[in-house]
Write a protein that binds this ligand. Structure first.
Ligand code: FAD
Ligand code: SF4
Length: 522
């Protein structure tokens, strides 16, 4: 049968599942929407099996929903014999086979794809149009422009700009409640026995896609029960997850934002990052819904909780994206400390005696998710203390989390967590000894290591590694290459180090060296 002609071909990438995009408003049978599962994407790093499954399942649902509305869709599964597994060659044959005169794509969010699509656009024998993805609140350039000529980027400055621009939690020109930021009231240590409300799980049987992924030999990490996959796969489910968050979790979101409890992998976090990053829901509607729920119940939900949440979505998320576009491609190669080590082997198994890390890594492998403070202060903290190469750390984070797409993963990992950018994203290296982890959670009581000890076989490894990190990187931090003010912010650490006697310092460094030598067996 001859291929039905299409005047226009429009590409929808796997993270562009925005049902409200203007492309879909009117049905035009001259338009062929194209979606593809590709080895180019599955093999870029080893991804968590749940991530591959959920992206493919959500894409397939999206394609079906478009067809049900009368749109024409060409969907290439991974096993489709026509699939060349690569974007350029797939587009080439599709455009030729359908006699298309016009090719359009939405601005991609990953630098790699942006470059690739620009090159494809130049090579194609078709008129090319680039459309906005109609998802973000800011343009790619906005953060860069806001800080042009300034000594450094400042998230708080950007956040206020966003509050003023969107009017969210504003009364005229002033922030509601008179303050921009209520962090002081948040971030509490949870009681020892504390069970957050049960997370909302969906129950998807994805055995068919799972079998295909296995048959095609895609290398993945982590585990899944393919008959019961818990993540939202379309807009309706994403909105249900958001509603669940607003009703049950928002009242304590900020209060326990930094808390780490054994076995509690979701705490009061929204788990909407996959839905947001795949664009099934938008940041604006997320904030509007949360604010509406707070307005309806200002006694049950304090201003500190809603402000803390809004800051993550219109503040951090957009800020991170702006930094990515302002600093790519250089950001992807930064290694401020010149770290070279491999990640410890237990980052792929969770088999370590360190209870906090066992829980954070084990939970990530099981759920393709960890909450922010686990990513920053448990796995990220340890990787930085252990001197892991930022490439290895990036590859792990980009692979393991269901929400990991480079534009948001890379600045968070290489920047905020590893300080490999010298302080573009973060204001100082986010490292801590065991005492911080003990303060924010309750793992230490059941750990084989003693959080109070700094040396000896039972000493918490974080303690000596913390001092080793600052001692070995002193020259680099003092070089003047780091973000202005970094040394002032961490000056206290060096003052404490200098007050220690030589014997103590030597013992700490010696202990850290021994930890590093057997890091795979800690
Ligand atoms: P909540 O805690 O409920 O927060 C609500 C929303 O705020 C999130 O869904 C997210 O969209 C936004 N948000 C909060 N903090 C950030 C932040 N720092 N950067 C961007 N958005 C933020 N987030 C990703 O979406 N993808 C990643 O690959 C990713 N990698 C990270 C790696 C490291 C080392 C660190 C420290 C953080 C990373 N984050 C990443 C940011 C953050 O941890 C996740 O967005 C969050 O854990 C997602 O879970 P949630 O939806 O339950 O978030
Ligand atoms: Fe983690 Fe150290 Fe506490 Fe063990 S003692 S849970 S390694 S902080």
């Amino acid at each position: 049968m001859p291929t039905e002609k299409a005047h226009r071909v429009r590409l929808i990438l796997g993270d562009q599942l925005n049902a409200l995009h203007p492309w879909f408003k009117d049905v035009d049978r001259e338009v062929l929407f194209v979606m593809m599962e590709m080895r180019q994407e599955t093999d870029h790093v080893a991804h968590h099996i749940q991530k591959v499954l959920c992206f493919f399942a959500a894409m397939r649902r999206f394609a079906k929903a478009l067809e049900a509305r009368g749109h024409r869709v060409l969907y290439l599964t991974l096993e489709d014999p026509r699939n060349t597994q690569e974007l350029a060659s797939n587009l080439e044959w599709i455009i030729v086979a359908h006699g298309a005169q016009h090719f359009a794509y939405q601005l991609p969010d990953a630098y790699r794809l942006d470059q690739q699509l620009k090159a494809i656009g130049k090579a194609l024998r078709a008129e090319v149009t680039v459309s906005d993805s109609h998802h973000f609140l800011t343009t790619r350039k906005e953060v860069g422009e806001l800080f042009r000529g300034k000594k450094q980027y400042l998230m708080e400055r950007f956040y206020r700009h966003m509050r003023e621009r969107t009017g969210i939690l504003m009364k005229g020109d002033e922030p509601i409640g008179g303050k921009w930021n209520y962090d002081q009231e948040n971030r509490q240590r949870p009681p020892k026995v504390h069970v957050p409300p049960a997370p909302l799980f969906f129950d998807h049987d994805l055995r068919d896609i799972h079998a295909m992924i296995r048959e095609q030999g895609v290398r993945t990490i982590g585990t899944v029960d393919p008959q019961h996959v818990i993540w939202p796969l379309d807009r309706a489910e994403s909105l249900a997850l958001l509603d669940h968050f607003c009703e049950h979790l928002l009242p304590s979101f900020g209060r326990y934002q930094d808390a780490i409890l054994p076995g509690q992998w979701a705490m009061y976090h929204a788990r909407i990052s996959f839905s947001l990053n795949a664009k099934m829901i938008s940041p604006m509607e997320v904030c509007e819904r949360a604010v509406a729920v707070w307005q309806a119940d200002p006694k049950g939900i304090s201003l500190a909780q809603i402000e803390g949440f809004v800051r993550q979505v219109i503040g951090w998320r957009e800020y991170i994206r702006g930094l990515y576009w302002d600093r790519m491609p250089a950001m992807a190669d930064m290694n401020f400390f010149g770290h070279e080590a491999e990640l410890p082997a237990w980052y792929w198994t969770g088999e370590t005696d360190m209870a906090c890390l066992r829980d954070a890594v084990g939970g990530s492998l099981k759920h393709a998710y960890a909450h922010h403070i686990q990513r920053l202060m448990v796995t990220g903290n340890f990787a930085l203390l252990a001197g892991a190469h930022p490439d290895a750390v990036d590859a792990w984070y980009l692979g393991i989390y269901i929400d990991a797409i480079e534009w948001v993963e890379l600045p968070n990992t290489r920047g905020m967590s590893q300080f490999a950018d010298g302080g573009i994203v973060g204001t100082k290296p986010y490292v801590s000894s065991g005492s911080y982890l003990n303060k924010m959670g309750h793992h230490c009581g059941s750990c084989r290591y003693d959080v109070k000890k700094r040396t000896g076989p039972d000493a918490c490894p974080f303690n000596a590694l913390y001092w080793h990190f600052f001692a070995r990187n002193r020259e680099r931090l003092e070089s003047g290459d780091a973000r202005p003010g970094t040394m002032q912010r961490i000056g206290m650490v060096y003052r404490t180090w200098e007050k220690m006697d030589g014997g103590t310092r030597h013992a700490l460094l010696d202990q850290a060296e021994r930890n590093l030598a057997k890091v795979d067996r800690l």
